[in-house]
Design a protein around this ligand. Structure first.
Ligand SMILES: *Cc1c(COP(=O)(O)O)cnc(C)c1O
Length: 429
């Protein structure tokens, strides 16, 4: 017996049975951890190489004020991001308030009245539905939406297991088609899977064959550093995401990023600031140290989170729950979905994660309405950066069949403690 095995459990009174469940699952998933570790090493080297090539120095961390003209740190951070993603250019800004805002800036920067675009991965992430102006299959002119501006979209349905039904794509494309949108992660849609890079490569290739002029735009939220390549390296023209998810490494306190073709980045920058000003302005009075250090740590943190998701899948499958992905599946993002089946278990699950969070462990998460979401959302997020899902978080819309979505975890150890507390909470009676 390993000396000190399970000694950590005494702080939270986890009993021997819980320890055994976790250690048994860990033994089972070890080969999958090895795969994750190789990807982490590759991405760590990739990021380090970009830092070295860009000659990142202390001077890059300084804050800027006012208009932010000639902001050396900002320009260097964007150079490093472009280099990591093998892209021509990037826009990495604290002025993007969230992932939704970043993606919205892309849509409005690139599309004009009369244009049409195709959602290649079915219904988009919930907060984007109001941005686009769709309700189910119908366009609705919700205030400020793309629809209100006369920009329309077509939806390609997902084959349940297979991903997008690309045979149907030609019938959705016409003279007005300007852009294809691909969402890599699943969002709160339990019926679809996240897409891995080889699937993305195929989808992008087919889309380009059907309409070579259209921009291929990938929502990369939760997908960064999960695999050896990023979507820009398999044909995407434009990729966007949030800095309080994977690429912030837990340290970026705010922001979003866009990487891709220079011409497109400039148009998005014009939309974020003002036509003609583009990316030349935009100060950051808190400085760039946390952004640089965050992207440096991101590959490792994504690895911790992936291992946590893998072992949760093994644990909950053993306990009789449906898990998606399963512990041995290839992953395209850091999210683990567990079907809990009833609202009571869902509340217990989120409460248990919150209880062992570093921040606000004493509060009890309650389901409540959230801007941009249709159902009430329950969210355990005892995070240093508010709502940051690069940190260990569990959330869910309160609706059948009560799937919980867990992701993040800056350290694997924290994920394990979270998992132990969930098991304790669920089997308390
Ligand atoms: C989180 C997420 C978004 C939106 O990001 P917010 O920062 O929550 O606005 C968009 N798309 C996907 C796939 C996401 O996971």
């Amino acid at each position: 017996m390993l000396l000190g095995r399970g000694k950590w459990a005494s702080f939270f009174s986890f009993d021997q049975k819980i320890i055994d469940i976790i250690y048994d699952a860990e033994k089972k998933v070890l080969p999958y951890y090895k795969k994750v570790e190789e990807v982490v090493r590759f991405n760590q080297a990739k990021v380090l190489y970009a830092f070295k090539k860009g000659r990142v120095g202390e001077e890059c961390f300084s804050p800027s004020t006012g208009y932010g003209y000639n902001d050396y740190g900002r320009d260097k951070l964007e150079e490093v991001f472009a280099s990591i993603y093998n892209a021509e250019a990037s826009l990495v800004r604290p002025h993007f308030v969230s992932g939704t805002h970043t993606l919205t800036s892309c849509f409005f920067g690139l599309l004009r009245p009369g244009d049409e675009f195709v959602l290649l991965t079915g219904q988009p992430y919930e907060t984007l539905r109001r941005v686009i102006g769709i309700n189910g299959r119908n366009m609705v002119n919700s205030p400020g939406s793309l629809a209100e501006w006369g920009i329309t979209c077509k939806i390609l349905d997902n084959g349940k297991e297979k991903g997008p039904d690309l045979d149907k794509l030609p019938s959705l494309v016409n003279k007005k088609t300007k852009l294809f949108y691909i969402q890599r992660s699943r969002g709160y849609d339990p019926l679809r899977k996240s897409l891995n890079i080889s699937e993305l490569r195929q989808i992008i290739k087919r889309a380009k064959e059907i309409c070579p002029e259209a921009i291929v735009f990938v929502d990369n939220c939760y997908g960064e550093f999960v695999e050896y390549n990023e979507p820009t390296e398999v044909g995407a023209d434009l990729v966007a995401g949030s800095l309080i998810k994977n690429p912030g490494g837990g340290l970026s306190p705010i922001g979003g990023y866009v990487v891709g073709k220079k011409k497109l980045i400039n148009r998005i920058a014009d939309r974020l600031t003002a036509p003609g000003l583009a990316g030349e302005v935009g100060a950051n009075p808190i400085g760039y140290r946390s952004f640089f250090q965050g992207i440096f740590l991101a590959p490792h943190n994504v690895g911790e989170s992936l291992k946590g998701s893998i072992v949760s899948a093994a644990v909950f499958e053993e306990l009789g729950f449906n898990c998606d992905p399963r512990y041995f599946d290839d992953r395209g993002d850091i999210v683990q979905v567990i079907e809990l089946g009833n609202p009571d278990l869902l509340r217990k699950f989120c409460r248990a994660i919150q209880e062992v969070s570093p921040v606000n462990s004493h509060v009890v998460p309650q389901a409540s309405p959230m801007a941009g979401y249709d159902n009430d959302i329950i969210m355990a997020a005892g995070t240093f950066v508010q709502g940051a899902s690069s940190e260990l978080t569990a959330d869910a819309p309160l609706r059948p069949p009560y799937h919980v979505f867990i992701q993040g975890g800056l350290t694997y150890e924290h994920y394990i403690i979270g998992l132990a507390n969930v098991i304790k909470e669920i089997y308390r009676e």
